[in-house]
Design a protein around this ligand. Sequence first.
Ligand code: 5GP
Length: 212
Amino acid sequence: MLFIVSSPSGGGKTTLIRETISRLAAIGVEGHFSVSHTTRPSRPAERNGVDYHFVDEAAFEAMVQRAEFLEWAEYAGFHYGTSRAAVERELTAGRDVFLDIEVQGANQVKTQIPDVVKVFVYPPSYEVLRTRLRERRQDPPPAIQRRLQWALREFQVAGEFDYAIINDRLEEAVNALFGICVAEHHKSIRIKPRLDAIRTAFQQSLEKEFAG
Ligand code: 5GP
């Protein structure tokens, strides 16, 4: 299954997704955090290939031309994109894939994969988001201002998402995302082949036992 988790930068979704993936692992559901490509310079604590694949504009543009992105968007002056091949590989391997992407990209994915589950993560307030962006000390003040302005734009389309989580306390937010994932796995339409198999086997056993 494919999940999109969108939130304004600094909304805390990276931690939220990583914690949720480890909770899912404990119940035998394998999850994969998709690593995006970006032209944004890496922050001090970030690692290439782990947080992002950091590429220059030319390399990004070449990937766009070769249609290698499932979706891509410009955000606050830089490009961000999701590798189509990586997502397909993980989904084929039977893993849940989590995309940490902004709202324009979320819409592009939805048009190609209607089955995707979209979750929007709200910060509880302006002050909390501003404090989180400042305290991580990884963006210069103009970049922080751009991210706060962008957040307001993102809220305007957040109502189109399937689910909303207010990320006030991490533990509660993880409970919510975990719960959404588990519930989606139990949608009868998604497990129809298994349900059909149980019903067929049930019918065969019934007929065998009471034959004649
Ligand atoms: P940041 O620069 O703070 O890491 O990310 C800025 C924004 O870009 C965040 O909202 C993040 O979710 C989004 N983002 C990260 N990777 C991708 C991607 O591959 N595609 C799109 N469309 N947005 C992304």
